[in-house]
Design a protein around this ligand. Sequence first.
Ligand SMILES: C[S@@+](CC[C@H](N)C(=O)[O-])C[C@H]1O[C@@H](n2cnc3c(N)ncnc32)[C@H](O)[C@@H]1O
Length: 251
Amino acid sequence: MPSHSDEIRRIFYGRRRGRKLHAAKRQLMAATLPRFAIGLDAGLKHPHNLFDPPPARLWLEIGFGTGEHLAAQAQAHRDIGMIGCEPFLNGVAALVETIERNALHNIRIYPDDVRDLLDALPDASIERCFILFPDPWPKRRHHRRRFIGAANLDALARVLCDGAELRLASDHRGYVRWTLFHTLAHGAFEWTARGPADWRQRTDDWPATRYEAKALARGDECCYLRFSRRSRSLVQKIDDGNTDALPPSTR
Ligand SMILES: C[S@@+](CC[C@H](N)C(=O)[O-])C[C@H]1O[C@@H](n2cnc3c(N)ncnc32)[C@H](O)[C@@H]1O
């Protein structure tokens, strides 16, 4: 498994802290976060065992913000282990409060940069991944900061199981086009939309997020993209030049 101990520490360009937490929240964080937080230790070799009881399936949310989507998924799927990553302390504190209020014991939090977690997770360990309203970094000179790119798609392709779903939402047209371009060029992912209704609307099993609410309130349109992680055997056939292995529409 790759390690970053001997490499330059990755740069995280987002915010790690906002307003100072109130004393009650600081106390809650000190008492409760350690029960749900996970680190980059040996426990990640068997991530199902981070939960009690160990679930059959694991889902991952990258950049959960204040955690409303992750909490709603955890509430709706008590049998699934939810791992959420978010380096923004105030967002983590908001989710910890929700976990405590709703006894959502099927959530684990990695309160830092997901790229380090992705490196530590085993191959084919995640069945669904959510990246909702990632920072769009609209200026051209900042595009390389965007989360979607070859390196992170490689890491995602490794940890996702064959047939796993990757969901991404954005209200930034440029980022939607960027995501489609990079994800389809990668080879391990297939866009599963059959028509505009599939990317213009969220389905009932896709709870709203705070950023989506803000975008809709401004009158912006949001796009909801679903990709399927191709099976490793299919990707191998395609890499070997067997394009008959591809669905006819993509040959
Ligand atoms: C625009 S916010 C969207 C938050 C939330 N998903 C929503 O829709 O309301 C993007 C979030 O991604 C987080 N983020 C950015 N890069 C990340 C990374 N490498 N690992 C984990 N989270 C990250 C940021 O801290 C930020 O909270």
